[in-house]
Design a protein around this ligand. Sequence first.
Ligand code: NDP
Length: 311
Amino acid sequence: MKLILKSGLSSDTVYTIDDLDDWPVEGTSLAVLGHPVKHSLSPPMHNAAIAELATTDKQFSAWTYYKFDIPPDRLEEALAKFHKTGFRGLNLTVPHKVLATELVTIGENEVELSGACNTLLYTASGYEGYNTDLYGMTQAIETDFSIRLKDKEVILLGAGGAARAAAIACSKAGVQRLTLANRTLSKLDTIATSLNRLEQRPTVKTCQLPGELPFTCDDLLVINATSLGLRPEDPAPADLSQLPSSTLVFDMIYNPARTALLKQGEALGMPVSNGIGMLVFQGERSLRIWSRKDPSPHEMLKAVRAAMNSI
Ligand code: NDP
């Protein structure tokens, strides 16, 4: 959905920090900040949910979600400007999620545990940071596969920000056995350390990719939180052929919609799902934090699918 506003602003345009100098004061503004951010699906997704909220509560007809390209060395300056301009909420995507934790007050424990935040809420004294990726992943997996995460033994591929959030989410959901797998083995230490700070934590094993994936039972879930798969020609980060055919395979990547990992899972008869649901559910929780209402994940999913078809 492309919104052209009276002020001449558009939810489709990529804005920069300089555009904040004469940002109009009317209405309520939200935005995603990234670098690059051109292909973000967050503006159409949020604006669709906001339009739906506006059908029952008129205040939301003055809300619009924009996108801003902000280089990391200008994030601090940008956040001060967004605050001065009165942006009610911000989402942070690559490469800002970790850096932002130093620049905001911590809104919830998940930010400290994951070392990252993707959602900022305006308060009079500055922005407050939340991490809705944990909720997004848990909800997506439980909805897509109709399961409870806690009932699964999990093999988690990756050791970056998304993997760290996923490991915390698995632990919080009550997963009993977790295998952490990554190309660079030493990077798994940070995740193991943050899990050690939790009261409820799984038994953790580590292993190096590519290599054989260890498992102890048939109730397996593989989560890909590596970025291998983002390019259509990328190989799978791990070989699934030694795992039981009942293994569920969840890839956080949603574009391309079918990575090599998901294709292999499908060929082996495994139930598979990509990261669209995670994108939608993390967005749903962000909008709930800003609006204090329950936005419709269904409207958000419809908008994401439509936007993906038009890329
Ligand atoms: P990071 O850059 O922090 O981490 C990248 C990870 O991928 C590391 O574990 C890295 O391994 C691994 N990796 C990269 N290249 C290769 C390769 N050639 N072979 C094997 N492993 C490789 O990324 P993030 O954690 O921020 O994001 C990871 C993925 O999750 C991305 O694809 C992102 O799009 C997706 N994501 C999806 C979301 C959603 O809403 N659906 C939300 C958040 C993230 P090493 O340590 O060895 O370098």
